[in-house]
Design a protein around this ligand. Structure first.
Ligand SMILES: [Zn+2]
Length: 250
């Protein structure tokens, strides 16, 4: 097993996304035979993510990608932020889940899961919108049969509350260390960034790994990160998040 590896995750995949950009990213990954994780929103109601007309064969495409080795995660339920909670990771002050009661969260997770299953998509990995989840989210995920969460400030996978976390801290990192998840929102990707991704892959080809393989990497005691480059959070909040996570991992 490689000590350091790099995987890709694509957020906000749904029937009315920007298809031109998604296919541009898919072309880049296919060229290098990299199989990413995609976060599929079961019932997207987030207007800010609606770019194109609904793609009628969307679910057939997701099934096809899954069959081809791409990993599909349930990305929340409707992608609507209903609280201002940032949950365990403290990245964004908005959430579809964190701050809600266990019953409310369980219901949303179940509704989303039922939609995916209705389209023939089975998955046991969860991607929380805005990286925001709390203890109730994790309890409900476990109850609903999930085994994995894509998120966390560590170098290697770790276990918490009966779930395995595959860390995700970067958009594109400077140096691949441990398991590095590159978190890409294809909807907002422009051609310059597409080329940056291509260059990044070329430079780090030896680290590239399919997401499914990374999920098999053994858990380690969490090594908390103090890297400079987690783009969406400032220093203060990152150290706060690290201390919160340290508390949870006790
Ligand atoms: Zn999202």
């Amino acid at each position: 097993m490689k000590k350091a590896c790099c995987v890709f995750r694509i957020d906000d995949v749904h029937p009315a996304m920007d298809w031109l950009k998604f296919y541009r990213l898919k072309e880049i990954l296919d060229k290098e035979n990299i199989k990413p994780l995609i976060g599929v929103i079961p019932d997207n109601q987030d207007q800010s993510l609606q770019t194109d007309a609904v793609k009628n064969d969307f679910w057939a495409l997701v099934r096809e990608l899954q069959k081809g080795g791409w990993v599909v995660a349930q990305h929340g339920y409707q992608h609507l932020y209903v609280t201002k909670e940032s949950g365990i990771l403290q990245i964004n002050e908005r959430s579809e889940f964190a701050g809600l009661s266990y019953a409310e969260q369980e219901e949303k997770i179940e509704k989303g899961k039922n939609i995916l299953e209705g389209h023939g998509i089975l998955t046991d990995i969860f991607m929380a919108p805005a990286h925001a989840y709390d203890k109730n989210t994790l309890k409900a995920l476990k109850e609903k049969g999930f085994h994995y969460v894509t998120d966390g400030y560590t170098r290697y996978p770790y276990e918490m509350m009966g779930l395995k976390f595959i860390p995700c801290m970067h958009v594109l990192c400077k140096k691949v260390k441990g398991i590095t998840t590159c978190c890409i929102h294809s909807n907002s990707m422009n051609e310059t960034f597409a080329q940056t991704i291509e260059d990044f892959i070329r430079k780090n080809r030896r680290f590239m790994m399919d997401y499914r393989k990374a999920m098999e990497m053994p858990c380690r005691r969490a090594i908390l990160q103090n890297e400079r480059y987690f783009i969406s959070i400032n220093k203060l909040r990152r150290s706060k998040a690290a201390s919160v996570l340290r508390k949870y991992l006790k």
